[in-house]
Design a protein around this ligand. Structure first.
Ligand SMILES: [Cu+2]
Length: 173
């Protein structure tokens, strides 16, 4: 009876010792592996430097992508002035709108008339005045965002060039 626990304990200890030995061996192997890997890493560094000639073209496209993203944010921001106009049943949903003078803005033009072309154009002062802005004519149902240049201070006239009865006043000031 007393031998069995002793033998068992001895066997247990020996197993622990084996585990410890294997762990130490494993750690040693890992340390060796790490040391070995760091050396190739340094050698790869120098080899990458000469090959930067080929990476340069790849960095150029990434550089081009960055300006595109950068230009997207300014245009999205712009002056921050956005006018929403809806065309439905050959009518605009508003008769007038106001914008700050000399400040580019956007018109989000929502043409709800299926198969019917509309646009938004702005004429200085009154109908028939000098063209300040001429938006693309397009069929509904579709929404197009116009980028409109800054307008001189004063009241101007906007209309759909296809249906001049669709018109109103733009107040810039
Ligand atoms: Cu129209």
């Amino acid at each position: 009876m007393s031998v069995e626990p002793g033998a068992g304990g001895g066997a247990f200890l020996s197993r622990r010792q084996l585990l410890r030995l294997s762990l130490f061996a494993g750690l040693g192997a890992l340390a060796a592996a790490c040391a070995g890997r760091s050396e190739p890493g340094w050698t790869y560094g120098p080899t990458l430097a000469p090959s930067t000639g080929s990476p340069e073209p790849s960095s150029a496209p990434s550089g081009a992508a960055t300006p595109a993203a950068a230009s997207a944010s300014p245009s999205a921001g712009g002056s921050g002035v956005v006018i929403k106009i809806v065309a439905q049943n050959i009518k605009f949903d508003l008769a007038e709108f106001s914008v700050p003078a000399d400040t580019p803005f956007q018109i989000v033009f929502d043409n709800q008339d299926a198969g019917i072309p509309h646009n938004v154009a702005i004429y200085q002062g009154q109908a028939g005045g000098p063209t300040l802005f001429k938006g693309e004519i397009f069929n509904g149902v579709k929404t197009v965002t116009y980028d409109v240049p800054g307008l001189p201070a004063g009241n101007h006239y906007f209309q759909c060039d296809v249906h001049p009865t669709m018109n109103g006043t733009v107040r810039a000031g």
